[in-house]
Structure formats: C-alpha cells, structure tokens
Design a protein around this ligand. Structure first.
Ligand SMILES: [Zn+2]
Ligand SMILES: [Zn+2]
Length: 231
C-alpha cells in the first residue's frame, strides 16, 4: 500500500470559532482538492458532526472520527478512533465534563449541527469552546482505554502541551505530536516524531494546506489508527 495523504485536524462549523462555510460537503470537497485521502474533523470537545462528514465523503475520502479535547490544564489533545461508535462513546464522556454553560451565539458564534447534505439540523447548545474538567492524564487514559489514539495538538503554540505543561509526560502513551503550520518543534518534544495538520477553521486555510504522508496497510479508519499507533 502506498503512503496516503492525511489531514487529521480540521474544524467544522460546530466549533464556534470556525467559519459557517465549514460544512460537511465543503470540507470534503476542499480536502479532495488539496489531495487529501484521509481526514479527521476534530471539533472542540465534540464529535457530533463526524458522522455527517463521513456520510458526505462516501467512499471518496477516509474520515477518521475524532475530536479536539480541551483539558483542565488548558491543553488541546486530538483523540481519534477507529469507528464512529467508539468516538461517540468517548464524545459523551467529554461532553459530560464540560461546564453547563450555554453558547451565546452573539459572543462565541453558532455551533452548527449538519446532516450529510450540509443542511443545518440543529445547534449544540452547551458551549464547546471551554476547558473540560478532565486532566491530560484522564483524557489520554480514557481515550486509549476506548481504543483511541491521542496526539497533543499544536505543541508549539498556546494550548499546546509543551507550552502549557513545559513537556510531554512519557506515561501518557503518546507516540507522535502535532506541530502547528509554520511552527517549529519545541526542544522538549524532540524525542517524538511530529506531524503537521491544517487545524483549518475556514476553507481558505484548508485550501492552503498540504496533507502529510502516512504509511498504512489498510485504507480505512482502522488502518489509520493502527498506523498512528506504530509511530
Ligand atoms: Zn487547538
Ligand atoms: Zn483545532
């Protein structure tokens, strides 16, 4: 199997900080235009658009279900799963750990829920743009217990593990870290390989992104998860 082109950190318009144009169809079409073969839509603390994006992609793209969890230490961690049921189960655990604060759309933006045709089917009412009560340890432990893979997001920037904690604890089961686009890998994380995703919050960021290459034995969410574990 040749290497496949990946972007494993994209926000849909469920993330209040993302543009309303980040619908399932638009994400899939733009990802195809930049040559991605595998994507993950990783909204803040929610997987609720993952299913719609996977359905919109049909068999044109592999969509790995996941989310970007915000820990109580203000660290962002990508948590990716081999199938939607596992991701949704973990998503409920994360959702329950969010404060009971409503999203005020005029301050934070709307949190859109879509169907596969990119029709708005509702809005997430609880504010997703918030730290959960979960620690980095709890997030990593529970995600892996549920079969997932954890990747510290943008380690070189605000909300990155190297910035917030100063290092990447070696007991968390982390195999690879994410460095932001145009960023540099912090010295404290250099014992880990790194990847660079778009972290796109709008279509132009996705359009300007370059997918990275991953060796997989099987072109499926399971195959991608297995490959990420082998880093
Ligand atoms: Zn982030
Ligand atoms: Zn992000």
């Amino acid at each position: 199997m040749p290497k496949v082109s990946c972007d494993l950190h994209i926000h849909s318009a469920l993330s209040p900080c993302a543009s309303g144009e980040m619908t399932p169809k638009n994400i899939v079409n733009m990802a195809l235009l930049v040559g991605a073969e595998v994507i993950a839509v990783t909204d803040h603390n929610s997987v609720r658009n993952s299913r719609a994006v996977a359905e919109a992609a049909q068999d044109r793209l592999v969509v790995v279900p996941g989310l970007e969890v915000w820990s109580r230490e203000d660290v962002h961690i990508l948590c990716l799963f081999a199938n939607i049921a596992l991701a949704e189960s973990f998503g409920r655990y994360v959702f329950d750990a969010l404060p009971n604060r409503l999203c005020e759309a005029d301050i934070f933006g709307q949190q859109h829920l879509f169907d596969a045709n990119s029709q708005v089917i509702g809005w997430e009412e609880k504010l997703l743009l918030s730290p959960t009560s979960l620690s980095v340890d709890e997030i990593c432990h529970e995600a892996m217990r549920q079969g997932g893979v954890v990747i510290p997001a943008h380690v070189d920037k605000t909300y990155g593990m190297a910035v917030q904690l100063g290092f990447v604890p070696d007991h968390l089961g982390i195999r690879v870290v994410e460095v932001s686009k145009r960023g540099r890998q912090p010295p404290s994380t250099r014992s880990y390989p790194f990847i660079t995703n778009s972290d796109a919050h709008n279509l132009s960021a996705l359009a300007g992104s370059t997918p990275w290459k991953l060796d997989v034995t099987q072109l499926s969410p399971e195959g991608v998860i297995e490959a990420l574990r082998k880093f």
